[in-house]
Write a protein that binds this ligand. Structure first.
Ligand SMILES: *Cc1c(COP(=O)(O)O)cnc(C)c1O
Length: 403
């Protein structure tokens, strides 16, 4: 049996919803399906939501909204997918990387040393769906000396009066922190609906607004909607309503809106996410967790504690004592057995672009340590229990064969 690393859920409900968009509404770009998808997301998070065409464009939109640009610094974890860095770099800002802690998220105690008077935002990442230490991060940012260092260069920066917390929640839709849903932990949260994520639209994302007073989150939502449409006050759908032709361009926005055709895919998934799809993922995650609990070589990923529960996006297993070469040999054994796995992540500081910009892996020892013996196992809704049993047996055999 061939077991791919990842497959999207394309069931009858997805097909029916896409069909409805094509046949009944006949509208392809942003319109009624996006509005419905936003309403579902808003119900889930209890916050205002703007859908966009990717996590990356959503994060760029938010950083631009906050006035981040050349000369500014944005703090990110060294252990993440490169998009976390590129959203800031593509606006001309410099990313300052902070090493990881044992649970794969940004090391809170190392953030203070990375802050300068140029720091405008921090982007914690909920790796694999495990929430970053948001309380600890806010404590660092709220320290009087750190607040005093903050030098606002835009109206919105002055209004916030401190470093913006922008959550990279590409993995963590449905995670909880202090029993609160994701979307309520950071100032702004961005989800991804790329094909491999828990809910997918093929490509897509959503921006969730949780800004403190005196910000008006509903008003900011309306602005961001316009900002994601080239700064245009009306979408094509709204202009298409009779007599609605006149519009204005009120700001230099980006083109980052989500098409209706893609929203239809996500809409059918989100309707059964909390009751069906997320519990199914968690059950599958727990099958791995239970299977490897007694294997002395297995370092199990974080999943649940008194404060947090993961969305079970990725099953990130680590092999105690393995170096990169042995980890790679285990992956080769699994590939030979038809089992697709992955590594999350090759640290950015080991990738060409970042090395050429002067980042060195030696500066992030925990990130390297986590990466060197990590293997991510298949975990998705259409994965069968028989396939999970095969993966478990395959991993055990590969670990023994390479010992
Ligand atoms: C997938 C992913 C992104 C990028 O999402 P896109 O929607 O593809 O832009 C960002 N951060 C992390 C951690 C991711 O895994």
């Amino acid at each position: 049996m061939l077991i791919p690393f990842s497959l999207p859920l394309i069931d009858d409900d997805v097909i029916a919803e896409v069909n409805d968009a094509l046949v009944n509404t006949g509208w392809l770009t942003t319109g009624p399906k996006v509005r419905l998808f936003e309403e579902e997301l808003s119900r889930m998070t209890d916050r205002p939501v703007v859908c966009v065409n990717s996590w990356t464009s959503g994060a760029m939109l938010v950083l631009r909204w906050f006035g981040v640009g050349p000369g500014d610094e944005v703090i990110i974890p060294a252990y993440t997918y490169s998009a976390t860095a590129l959203c800031a770099m593509n606006l001309g800002a410099t990313v300052v990387m902070v090493d990881a802690s044992d649970d794969f998220t940004i090391a809170t105690e190392q953030i203070r040393a990375a802050i300068t008077e140029r720091t405008k935002a921090i982007i914690p990442v909920d790796v694999a769906g495990w929430p970053a230490d948001y309380d600890g991060i806010r404590d660092v940012l709220d320290a009087p000396d750190v607040r005093a260092m903050f030098t606002p260069a835009s109206e919105r920066q002055a209004k916030l009066g401190r470093i913006l917390v922008l959550s990279d929640a590409a993995h963590s839709i449905g995670s909880t922190y202090h029993r609160r849903p994701n979307g309520q932990w950071a100032d702004v949260t961005v989800f991804s609906f790329h094909s491999v994520k828990n809910i997918t639209t093929g490509e897509g994302g959503a921006v969730i607004l949780n800004l403190p007073a005196p910000f008006d989150n509903d008003a900011e939502r309306l602005f961001l909607r316009t900002f994601s449409l080239n700064g245009q006050t009306k979408s094509a759908f709204e202009k298409n309503q009779s007599g609605g032709w006149r519009y204005d361009i009120i700001d230099q926005g980006l083109k980052a809106n989500m098409p209706d055709l893609l929203a239809a895919i996500g809409l059918s998934q989100i309707r059964k996410y909390a009751k069906e799809l997320l519990p199914d993922r968690r059950r599958k995650f727990e099958l791995y967790q239970a299977a490897f609990a007694d294997d002395s070589w297995a370092i199990l990923p974080p999943y649940r504690d008194a404060e947090r529960e993961s969305s079970a996006h990725l099953y990130m297993l680590r092999i105690a004592g393995a170096d990169e070469a042995r980890r790679d040999a285990i992956i080769q054994h699994l590939a030979d057995a038809g089992i697709g796995v992955n590594v999350h992540y090759i640290p950015m500081a080991m990738l060409t672009l970042f090395r050429e910009r002067g980042y060195k892996i030696g500066d992030y020892p925990k990130t390297y340590e986590l990466y060197a013996n990590e293997i991510t196992l298949p975990l998705y809704n259409v994965l069968t229990e028989a396939a999970i049993a095969e993966v478990i047996a395959g991993v055990r055999a590969a670990v023994e064969d390479t010992a």
